[in-house]
Design a protein around this ligand. Structure first.
Ligand SMILES: [Fe+2]
Length: 165
């Protein structure tokens, strides 16, 4: 679809983000079954709930913009998910798998933060305050998740080191 103005650019990026969230929701559900560490599982479960809410927020943004929710395949999200899954297939222990899951999840969250920052800026520029309010919650949750996951990484790596020694 041609992108001729900032509004169309915003919708284009909204469709990509909407697709990304669906892809990541599926990946989270899969990783939840592959994770062994209880704390990691808890974080993934909490973020599954966040992500469902985020998808609803995006649907409200579409509504606010007078559009039907529409997914446009995000190749970036596909790549992030594929990288995570390919690495996990190589994991030789549960503890190593947990470190790979945490690393993959952290990358996803930072990608999502960048997507939302772009959307929030676009909505601000268009003077769509209602959309800004709807969007603001999502990057906040991504930030919190990224922070929690990153804080858990040293401990997960420690466990993997102990398991392999
Ligand atoms: Fe997320």
């Amino acid at each position: 679809m041609p992108i001729a103005n900032p509004q169309e650019k915003f919708i284009h990026e909204l469709c990509l983000t909407y697709d990304s969230e669906h892809q990541f929701l599926e990946a989270l559900q899969q990783m939840n079954q592959q994770a062994s560490d209880g704390e990691l599982q808890g974080m993934i479960q909490a973020h599954i709930d966040d992500t469902q809410q985020q998808i609803q927020n995006l649907e409200q943004v579409f509504d606010q913009m007078g559009q039907q929710p529409q997914r446009q395949t995000s190749q970036a999200a596909q790549g992030l998910v594929a990288d995570g899954q390919t690495s996990l297939q190589e994991a030789q222990s549960e503890a190593i798998a947990d470190t790979l899951i945490a690393g993959a999840q952290a990358k996803v969250e930072h990608f999502e933060i960048a997507c939302y920052q772009g959307l929030v800026t676009g909505a601000q520029q268009m003077g769509q305050q209602e959309v800004v309010n709807l969007l603001n919650e999502n990057p906040q949750q991504e930030q919190n998740t990224a922070q929690m996951i990153e804080q858990s990484v040293p401990q997960l790596v420690q466990k993997a080191m102990q398991a392999s020694s």
